[in-house]
Structure formats: structure tokens, C-alpha cells
Design a protein around this ligand. Structure first.
Ligand SMILES: [Zn+2]
Ligand SMILES: [Zn+2]
Length: 112
């Protein structure tokens, strides 16, 4: 969802309209605590399905309908960590965006 949809949602939750400066502070806060993620390629935000766990920020983005699914895969974290160490790179944040077709869209393609 984009910033404006997030604004709508927050307004619904809190029961009052949220002014734009507040929405950006809220987004910053939600990003920091890991309740939402920013999908850079879509310039959108998604709610995190597993906010309390350490995870990979691995997103599967559907080219058909634009849906985003977040997947937790711990082995990816170890892989990225060792790759970074090899390159003397201090890893601070990570976001993996995979593009393809979600189950709905891929079954639609098969029917054609
Ligand atoms: Zn997440
Ligand atoms: Zn799809």
C-alpha cells in the first residue's frame, strides 16, 4: 500500500484524520519497529506478517496483480551475512525483492 492508503488506514484505526507530517512520522516509526516494510521498487509499504521475529525481508512481488508476499527464510540471512563479511561489508539492512507470478496469476496463465 502507498503512503496515502496507509494514512487512510491509520485514520480509521485512530478514528481521526491524520495530517501528512504525522503520517510520515508514523511510517518512520512503523518501519523502525519493523511493523511495516518499504518495497523500494513499488514505492509502497506492506504490513509485516512476522514483526517480532528476526527475518530476511524477502518479498515476492507478483508481476501480474502487484501483490506482495513476505517470506521468512533464515538460511538467507546466514548467506547474506557471510557474503558481506567476505567483502568486508558491514551489513546494516537488507531487502530482497523477487519478481514473478503469485499462485493466483500463475494458475490463470496455465489456463490460457
Ligand atoms: Zn517482515
Ligand atoms: Zn498475482
Amino acid at each position: 500500500m502507498g503512503a496515502y492508503q496507509l494514512q487512510d488506514q491509520l485514520a480509521k484505526i485512530s478514528g481521526k484524520p491524520i495530517a501528512p507530517p504525522t503520517i510520515y512520522r508514523a511510517i518512520e516509526f512503523l518501519l523502525k519497529v519493523g511493523l511495516i516494510h518499504r518495497i523500494a521498487s513499488l514505492n509502497a509499504y506492506i504490513g509485516c506478517p512476522f514483526p517480532t521475529s528476526d527475518h530476511s525481508n524477502l518479498f515476492m512481488i507478483c508481476n501480474g496483480c502487484g501483490s506482495v508476499a513476505e517470506v521468512a527464510l533464515n538460511s538467507i540471512n546466514g548467506l547474506l551475512k557471510s557474503a558481506s563479511e567476505k567483502a568486508n561489508f558491514t551489513l546494516q539492512d537488507q531487502s530482497l525483492e523477487l519478481f514473478g507470478l503469485c499462485p493466483n496469476c500463475s494458475s490463470e496463465q496455465e489456463q490460457e
